[in-house]
Design a protein. Structure first.
Lengths: 303, 250
């Protein structure tokens, strides 16, 4: 019987291509899954092992005997102050520098050199920033290892992220908008204030929140510049909410976790994982806030 | 009488590339100058030298002089004041990401005009002048970026008119607009001529013929010739001018 010739039948070449395409699809899928599995495992282990330790008491009690007894209140509120301070330093500097680089700086060698420096700084390991903080603030400026010095060190570390994300957010605003304003006689600053910033604020805030997450999670920079594994803090009344002075040492979650995981004898397993879980939840919450804020602001975006 | 705008030996370079070559040309007050010529011959560059937005293009270098009202534009006290005297409409419409009302009120507000009543008058007048009022009067709070391309182009025109400029520069304003609306805007421009001097860059030689008092023909960065519109179309000096204006090349 003669085969009916079907004009739509795939040729041998097309069948081969289709097979390759299918194989590649599975390869990509496998890679995607390979990425997720370790993350799910880590989170899973931490949640399962740390969950039993979580309680109101655990969150609000100060650690005793190096953290083996009690809770994590001191480190938790330390991380809060550390992050806020870091943000107070890095946000103005980073945002203004980003605005300068994107809106005012002429396109010349100096500007390009600054941008290369910023990008390179972003790739410097955090321990190097830690040593810089130690050298600059403690050794050279004779400041105490303290909350302020640690926050400043974190600020130096996160500055490139802040600058780069600000600059990218600003660059995403079409140049047309600026030109339209300039043609109307608006100054550069008027243009930035009325058109550029309102339309890039979501990107800039995303940068801010990335900084928060990074500052809350880093151990090395604060370990060398002011964070301690354990210390006595005020446990009564309002003082419980303001346990640290700017020029003194402090506790923080990342440091606390680092210490109880290795150094404290007789540490119950569940409390180690409990601390990890709290830190994880903290950063996940901040990141989800970033995503939510971004979605909200993007919906309001106007072009 | 001092010409309203005068170019004297104006050359512009982008990097090493010459974009305008020793242009000398003047525009009388309350007339329309049509500038025609093939794409990429320097027409837009010429407009940008008037309000000095050429300075935002990195690598652009200007030689020669541009006078507005007898004053060299680079010698004016405030470049922002200069720009406010000159309305600019470029070919790609730009609705700013704010309401239609705020788009038109943008420049007056930067000038410190905040009274709602005063702004209302300006916004309505400018939107009427740009033949957009009837289409948007019931939705002035709509985002400018949500308008159609042609509407955004008229919004751009309304914005350019919002400071009652004495000079209005239009660069291919009708590219995104349908023929009927184009005719309406042309009528408005003819009326606006009583209040302002208009420089009209256009690819449509017939548009220049309909509207312009004088026509300048720019080809390959050079001003080939310029003169009264009738003369340019009926008896151009250079043969190439006649061929371009009659649509035989370009």
């Amino acid at each position: 019987m003669r085969e009916m010739s079907n004009p739509f039948a795939p040729t041998a070449y097309e069948r081969r291509k289709a097979r390759t395409a299918r194989v590649m699809e599975y390869v990509f899928l496998a890679m995607g899954i390979a990425l997720i599995i370790p993350m799910l495992l880590i989170i899973g282990v931490i949640v399962v092992k740390g969950w039993p330790a979580l309680s109101w008491e655990y969150l609000t009690a100060n650690p005793m005997r190096g953290g083996a007894v009690g809770g994590i209140w001191g480190p938790l509120i330390g991380t809060f102050y550390l992050t806020v301070l870091c943000l107070l330093i890095v946000a103005p500097v980073g945002i203004l520098a980003g605005i300068y680089l994107n809106e005012y700086a002429p396109d010349n060698r100096l500007t390009r050199a600054i941008m290369i420096a910023v990008t390179s700084l972003a790739g410097v390991p955090s321990i190097v920033h830690a040593l810089f903080g130690l050298g600059a603030f403690v050794a050279a400026m004779h400041l105490n290892k303290s909350l302020l010095v640690a926050a400043a060190t974190l600020a130096v570390m996160t500055l490139p992220v802040m600058i780069t994300s600000t600059r990218e957010a600003l660059a995403a605003v079409p140049r047309n908008f600026r030109e339209a304003c300039w043609n109307l006689g608006a100054t550069r600053w008027q243009t930035i204030r009325t058109i550029v910033l309102p339309n890039s604020i979501s990107g800039i805030l995303t940068g801010v929140i990335l900084v928060v997450a990074r500052a809350a999670g880093e151990t090395a920079p604060i370990m060398l510049t002011g964070a301690v594994a354990s210390m006595w803090v005020e446990d009564e009344g309002w003082a419980k909410f303001t346990p640290y002075r700017l020029d003194e040492q402090f506790m923080a979650m990342a440091m606390h976790l680092n210490s109880i995981a290795r150094d404290v004898p007789g540490m119950p397993e569940s409390m180690k994982f409990g601390s990890a879980l709290v830190l994880l939840l903290l950063i996940l919450t901040i990141n989800s806030a970033a995503v939510a804020l971004r979605l909200y602001l993007r919906r309001r975006k106007r072009w | 009488m001092t010409p309203h705008i005068e170019f004297r030996n104006l050359s512009v370079f982008y990097g090493g590339k010459r974009a305008l070559d020793r242009i000398s040309l003047s525009v009388r007050r309350n007339t329309i100058l049509g500038i025609v010529g093939p794409a990429n011959s320097g027409k837009t560059t010429l407009l940008k030298t008037i309000n000095r937005t050429i300075e935002f293009i990195s690598g652009a270098k200007v030689e020669g002089d541009v006078f507005v009202d007898g004053e060299e534009v680079r010698a004016v006290e405030s470049v922002y004041a200069l720009r406010r005297r000159i309305g600019m409409v470029f070919p790609l419409p730009v609705g700013l990401p704010m309401s239609v009302y705020d788009n038109v009120a943008y420049a007056p507000r930067r000038m410190g005009i905040h009274g709602r009543a005063e702004l209302d008058v300006i916004v309505e007048q400018c939107l009427r002048d740009s033949v957009l009022w009837d289409e948007v009067k019931d939705r002035l709070d709509l985002l400018g970026t949500r308008l159609s391309g042609g509407q955004q182009q008229r919004l751009t025109l309304a914005r350019a008119l919002s400071l009652s400029p004495e000079i209005l520069c239009l660069d291919e304003f009708s590219i995104a607009i349908d023929p009927v609306t184009t005719m309406k805007i042309e009528e408005v421009l003819m009326r606006l001529r009583e209040r302002m001097t208009i420089v009209l860059v256009t690819n449509l030689t017939q548009q220049a013929r309909r509207m312009a008092d004088h026509v300048a023909f720019i080809n390959a960065s050079e001003l080939v010739e310029w003169g009264e519109t009738g003369q340019m179309f009926s008896a151009p000096v250079r043969e190439i001018t006649g061929r371009y204006l009659n649509g035989e090349f370009g």
